[in-house]
Ligand binder design. Structure first.
Ligand code: B12
Length: 210
């Protein structure tokens, strides 16, 4: 692998925004393709971050800094990737369910998925079942729902029902998460999966829409 991509991975790990942006520009100027820089630089860097987060070596504030650095590189690549359709590893619609305003974890999941090369449509917080349905109708491979309150968990079920009612359930995978959510609850409401954190979310999305 080129030295510049190896350094880019280290700079992502250290959360160095300017360095990652400059390295991305330099790698492209040296003739590497946007896809190579994405996969072997940015995504590989975030994979390492995800592994160490899972292992308890990195913590949430550090992961957010890494994700910010990765975003700086992605900002440079985005127009090129959009042109080539290379970001189309899969399209994920993500949002925090109706009545719930917590978005730190949801944003982290979105950023890690973006770092893994997925296109993210972030619907924000307090997202109604109708809004989820409308976004899936536009085309999505997976819906990610977040809930941080026990009182808003039932909205995940209501959203599942809305997807079924709209005839969209079979065309999209559903992954849920948030501190009070469990694998048992995912099973109970008929979701395709549950992930306890952002790194596990990347693994789940990869396996669900492989
Ligand atoms: C920050 C916070 C707030 C902030 C939210 C700011 C924001 N922009 O998000 C504010 C102050 C607004 C807030 C408000 C409230 N909060 Co609050 N809040 C928290 C707090 C302290 C941290 C949550 C957080 O961000 N954690 C860090 C992130 C990174 O972790 P995470 O969200 O769990 O996300 C990870 C995983 O769960 C998973 N994940 C998350 N989403 C998804 C989605 C998918 C698809 C997948 C796969 C995975 C996944 O991956 C993430 C990353 O690893 C928690 C306590 C706690 N320790 O959890 C209370 C907490 C969630 N809040 C609580 C409460 C009660 C409230 C309020 C009702 C308080 C009030 N009386 O007004 C309001 C509700 C407002 C509303 N309608 O939503 C309770 C909930 C109790 C319960 N079991 O229902 C908690 C647990 C505090 C407590 N111990 O009482 N809160």
């Amino acid at each position: 692998m080129s030295d510049i991509l190896e350094q880019m991975q280290k700079d992502i790990y250290s959360g160095k925004v300017d360095e990652v942006r400059a390295a991305t520009e330099k790698a492209l100027a040296e003739g590497l393709s946007a896809q190579e820089v994405l996969n072997d630089g940015l995504v590989a860097g975030m994979d390492e971050v995800g592994r160490d987060f899972k292992a308890g070596i990195l913590f949430i504030p550090e992961v957010l800094l890494c994700a910010r650095a990765m975003h700086a590189g992605l900002g440079v690549l985005r127009p090129l990737l959009a042109e080539s359709g290379a970001l189309a590893m899969g399209k994920v619609v993500i949002g925090t369910v109706t009545g719930d305003l917590h978005d730190i974890g949801k944003n982290l999941v979105g950023m890690m998925l973006q770092g893994a090369g997925f296109e993210i449509i972030d619907l924000g917080t307090d997202v109604s079942p109708e809004q989820f349905v409308a976004a899936v109708r536009e085309g999505a491979d997976l819906v990610g729902m977040s809930a941080l309150l026990t009182t808003t968990m039932p909205a995940m079920k209501t959203t599942m029902e809305a997807l079924i009612e709209a005839g969209l359930r079979d065309s999209v995978k559903v992954l849920i998460g948030g501190a009070p959510v469990t694998a048992g609850f995912a099973e109970e409401i008929g979701a395709d999966g549950y992930a306890p954190d952002a790194a596990a979310a990347v693994d789940s999305v990869r396996s669900l829409i492989a």
